[in-house]
Design a protein around this ligand. Structure first.
Ligand SMILES: Cc1cc2nc3c(=O)[nH]c(=O)nc-3n(C[C@H](O)[C@H](O)[C@H](O)COP(=O)(O)OP(=O)(O)OC[C@H]3O[C@@H](n4cnc5c(N)ncnc54)[C@H](O)[C@@H]3O)c2cc1C
Length: 398
């Protein structure tokens, strides 16, 4: 009887475990996670869960029955070390658990704000369900009941900025998904009506310091402006959890380096999700994608690799997000574009698509409430279909 151990029980880990069974791995699967909940969807954390409109059970990626039926053993523990020579992982309680195959799905943690005052009360990060609930014994400040209820309770569906804004308070952010989404278009359209939601988005604004006596009261910007604040939620990106991999001697470079079959630099260890980085030939460089679709796709490939099958990570990244009533879908990465073509009018319509081209070739598309454009773009970019600008800007389906 062989054993696959998966470290990290979230989007990538849960998918990998399920895919192993689909790929006919009949032996043991142990899914180890240091969060006490069943693997859950992170997306609603900044939306319905934060606003108390859903419970952790509602957010579960799979039901408890699923894991039991599929003989996926869930273990709530922290893996402290991978001992490759011995072929086992060491848990926080000192137990050593042998593996035949190992998958690292350790994800990422929020990047910390390093400005003066960043450790004041009232400054929060949001990555886990525990971050949304007060946990006095925890190692980091959790969103207190008072803060959550007082400022965020009335939130409507939207991202983090949207949730804060609907409570009638100011939020600071650039645009959603800045790496993937066009600056001008993303900000212009996804910015909610300021008069309706009370959200004031500042772009190109550098936070220099937070101040207050014991608790945050003010945010100082580099241009000299001072903004009163009762609550600050920091969303300045994430850092991949690569410590385990690095200590085990695996190649790490802003992520655990994997090939297009999700193999790390050690043959019996795969990795997937936010912690992993791989070379994308299409873009000529290594890229670490931070998204649910990508975590899922990499996990499926990793499961196939463990089962001795040859599958490759999809060449085209894609993303989605909900911002207020807008459904944002993004196909491809727009870096290096030299032209944009618009279908629809962002200033007037609730739906539009922004196509990005380089030397006439379609590179990426931001689709706002336009699922058909998204499907078309995914196919056209992946297959490098010839693109006709006139048709792209036409409202008729291409
Ligand atoms: C509020 C919010 C909104 C989001 N919205 C979107 C969206 O709209 N669209 C989208 O595509 N993506 C979105 N994301 C990003 C998405 O959630 C991530 O891309 C996804 O969670 C990555 O999954 P993962 O399994 O790779 O990593 P993670 O979700 O980070 O999970 C890694 C897990 O491994 C555990 N772990 C780490 N080290 C160890 C260890 N040594 N031992 C045991 N366990 C360990 C961690 O505690 C964690 O539970 C959002 C994220 C957040 C927080």
């Amino acid at each position: 009887m062989q054993r696959t151990i998966i470290v990290g029980a979230s989007h990538a880990g849960a998918q990998l475990a399920a895919s192993l069974r689909q790929e006919k791995w009949s032996d043991e699967i142990v899914l180890i996670g240091d969060e006490s909940a069943l693997p859950y969807h992170r997306l609603p954390l900044s939306k319905a869960y934060l606003a108390d409109r859903s419970t952790l059970a509602d957010l579960a990626i799979r039901s408890p029955d699923f894991y039991a039926k599929q003989r996926i053993h869930l273990l709530n523990a922290t893996v402290e070390k991978v001992d490759r020579a011995a072929g086992h992982v060491i848990l926080h309680n000192g137990d050593a658990l042998p593996y035949d195959k190992l998958a690292l799905c350790t994800g990422a943690r929020p990047r910390r704000l390093l400005t003066p005052g960043a450790d004041l009360a009232g400054v929060y990060y949001l990555r886990t369900a525990a971050d949304c609930r007060q946990d006095p014994g925890g190692r980091q400040p959790r969103l207190s009941r008072r803060d959550r209820r007082g400022w965020l309770h009335r939130s409507r569906d939207g991202g983090l900025v949207a949730s804060a804004g609907s409570g009638g308070h100011r939020a600071r952010s650039d645009r959603p998904r800045p790496r993937a989404c066009h600056r001008a278009r993303g900000v212009g359209v996804l910015r909610p009506d300021p008069s309706g939601k009370g959200v004031n988005i500042r772009t190109d604004a550098l936070v220099e310091a937070l101040s207050g006596v014991g608790r945050v009261r003010e945010v100082a910007l580099a241009d000299g402006e001072s903004i009163p604040a009762d609550l600050v939620i920091v969303g300045i990106g994430i850092e991949p959890n690569t410590d385990l991999a690095a200590a085990a001697g695996l190649a790490v470079d802003n992520g655990i380096v994997i090939d297009d079959q999700a193999r790390t630099s050690a043959p019996d260890i795969v990795a997937a999700g936010d912690c992993a980085i791989h070379n994308m030939a299409r873009y000529g460089r290594r890229i670490r994608l931070e998204s649910v679709p990508s975590a899922g796709e990499q996990a499926k490939v990793a499961a196939a690799t463990i089962c001795g099958k040859q599958r490759k990570i999809a060449a085209l990244p894609w993303f989605w997000s909900d911002q207020y009533h807008h459904k944002l879908q993004i196909a491809g990465l727009n870096s290096g574009y030299d032209e944009t073509v618009l279908r629809g009018d962002p200033t007037r319509d609730g739906d539009f698509t922004c196509f990005y081209l380089r030397a006439g070739e379609l590179l990426a598309a931001d689709c706002i409430n336009r699922p058909r454009d998204f499907m078309f773009s995914k196919r056209a970019i992946a297959q490098k279909l010839p693109t006709d600008r006139t048709k792209l800007s036409s409202p008729i389906a291409v």
